[in-house]
Design a protein around this ligand. Structure first.
Ligand code: 4AD
Ligand code: MG
Length: 481
């Protein structure tokens, strides 16, 4: 008796005498056809029961969601819609599922409803496809770096530093919130806290990754990151996964090459590996778009969009060029943007980024050399431009339908320049003594970037809400499960 997954059975050449299979019932039609799914593939296998051979009470328990064990023969299917099916010899109910209360009925559920039932939503086609893709993409991430000589590094989750200097951090403390120990001046005495200092959940593993790049050469981290930004959007999570490579002796141009090559590689991987899930998601999207006005529908299907990214060069555009385009574009002149672009130096909002990628260039865009004062302290300062404006070697990669997918930079490797910058921004040298040490002992050009993994999953699956591409989303006012 061979125990096989549905995926194996469906790709099986020829018939099989004795098969045994466990899975969950999707539907049970005409007291005869069980559509069984075990999570190994988007497809169900049809199990045909001859009701004369089974007692009625048992068949009554074959309900949507029930876990069952079937044994039987794999034969060529008589019916349409599948090439093989199982003629059931034995049927055992492993776990009942009360059809009166089981939330996942064989009908269309809204994503909002499924979010409330996130523990069961991977029993649906859409979410099983999305999560298999997510899994595949993470494997592809490790595969890429492994094959390209990177060391996988585990950066700490609890840190004492604010890597982005943005201050949007979750505090980690064991102090009693109602009665914390106080200093004489009334401030909280963190010396008595667990770590003897203020700590928070990491917003980025970058600074620690830099330390390892400056000894191991090529490293990456891929782990959870946390941001307490109160932005309730379809693209932000309070807990998300970030991929952060960091490479010694690599400049900004090399950083762009790496990011582009990396993204093309992982997307090619899933195109091949997850073709059935992608086809399902592509159709889902087509159906969804049918209810939208023509203007909002996309010109390309999901798979075409992914292939387009794999096959075409990303457009590299300096911030200064981008500002010129934006200043003179129609929505800016007609005041259609919420934030009108007037001057060089303006921070780009997502409406501007989306205009650039979706309307103007119609492809992924790498924006680089941003004004120094809208970017983080650790970015490599350029020589002032011909008009005396200061820029840093930063890059953001913008994707159609997503906006910012990647943020990265060449890092400031000069001790004096870095110190000056930290001073100007009131960033404590004592806290970051180890970061400064890298610039004292064997400093060198180095670069890296951070890619928001969920945004990559959104792009690859065509899902419109970031809450639907991570198992248990954490967002403002929500930490269920
Ligand atoms: O642009 P960010 O803030 O860059 C950094 O954290 C750098 N330290 C990375 C580095 O250079 N090693 O974040 C990087 C990416 C963004 O481009 C975005 O894709 C994603 O992380 N991201 C988020 N994804 C989901 N929810 C959020 N709240 C996110 N904030 C950033
Ligand atoms: Mg960013």
């Amino acid at each position: 008796m061979t125990s096989k997954t549905v995926a194996q059975l469906l790709s099986q050449d020829g018939t099989l005498q004795d098969v045994t299979l466990k899975g969950w019932v999707r539907t049970f039609r005409n007291d005869r056809f069980i559509a069984l799914n075990d999570g190994s593939t988007i497809n169900n296998i049809q199990c045909v029961v001859n009701s004369e051979n089974f007692n009625e009470a048992l068949l009554k328990r074959v309900t949507t969601g029930a876990a069952v064990h079937v044994t039987g023969e794999l034969v060529e299917s008589q019916g349409k819609g599948q090439s093989v099916e199982i003629v059931v010899k034995t049927l055992e109910i492993l776990g009942d599922s009360d059809p009166e209360t089981y939330p996942i009925q064989p009908k269309k559920h809204s994503f909002e409803f499924l979010r409330e039932n996130a523990h069961l939503r991977t029993r649906t086609n859409t979410f099983s496809a999305v999560m298999r893709l997510r899994s595949s993409l993470s494997f592809a991430v490790h595969k890429y770096f492994n094959e390209n000589g990177f060391n996988y590094m585990h950066t700490p989750i609890v840190t004492g530093s604010d890597a982005e200097g943005a201050g949007e951090m979750f505090k980690v403390t064991t102090l009693d919130a109602k009665n914390p120990p106080l200093n004489d001046d009334g401030s909280v005495n963190y010396k008595e806290d667990f770590f003897g200092k203020e700590t928070n959940l990491t917003v980025s593993g970058q600074l620690e990754a830099e330390t390892y790049a400056m000894s191991l050469g090529k490293v990456y981290t891929f782990g959870p990151t946390f941001r307490a930004e109160n932005s309730n959007t379809t693209r932000h999570l309070a807990e998300f996964w970030m991929i952060e490579p960091e490479v010694a002796f690599m400049d900004l141009a090399g950083n762009m090459d790496l990011a582009e090559d990396f993204m093309k590689s992982v997307l090619s991987y899933v195109l091949e590996k997850n073709s059935e899930d992608l086809e399902f998601l592509e159709n889902r999207l087509l159906q969804e778009e049918k209810s939208k006005p023509q203007a909002e529908r996309s010109d390309m299907s999901l798979i075409e969009k992914i292939k387009f990214v794999v096959d075409n060069n990303f457009k590299r555009v300096s911030y200064t060029e981008a500002i010129d385009i934006l200043r003179n574009c129609k929505p800016n002149k007609k005041k259609k943007f919420k934030y009108i672009i007037e001057e060089w130096g303006a921070d780009l909002q997502s409406e501007h980024e989306r205009f650039l990628v979706e309307k103007h260039f119609k492809c992924p865009v790498i924006l680089f050399d941003y004004p120094a004062n809208i970017k983080a302290f650790y970015m490599r300062l350029n020589e002032p431009d011909s008009e005396g404006r200061e820029t840093v070697r930063a890059m953001d990669i913008l994707f159609p339908g997503i906006g910012e997918m990647v943020g990265g930079s060449q890092r400031e490797e000069r001790l004096d320049v870095l110190k000056e910058k930290m001073k100007a921004l009131d960033i404590s040298e004592e806290e970051l003594w180890w970061y400064l040490d890298l610039r004292k002992y064997g400093t060198a050009v180095h670069s890296g970037f951070g890619l928001g993994f969920e945004r990559l999953v959104m792009f690859s699956t065509g899902m419109g809400n970031i809450r639907d591409v991570i198992p248990y989303p954490r967002t403002p006012q929500n930490a269920e499960f």
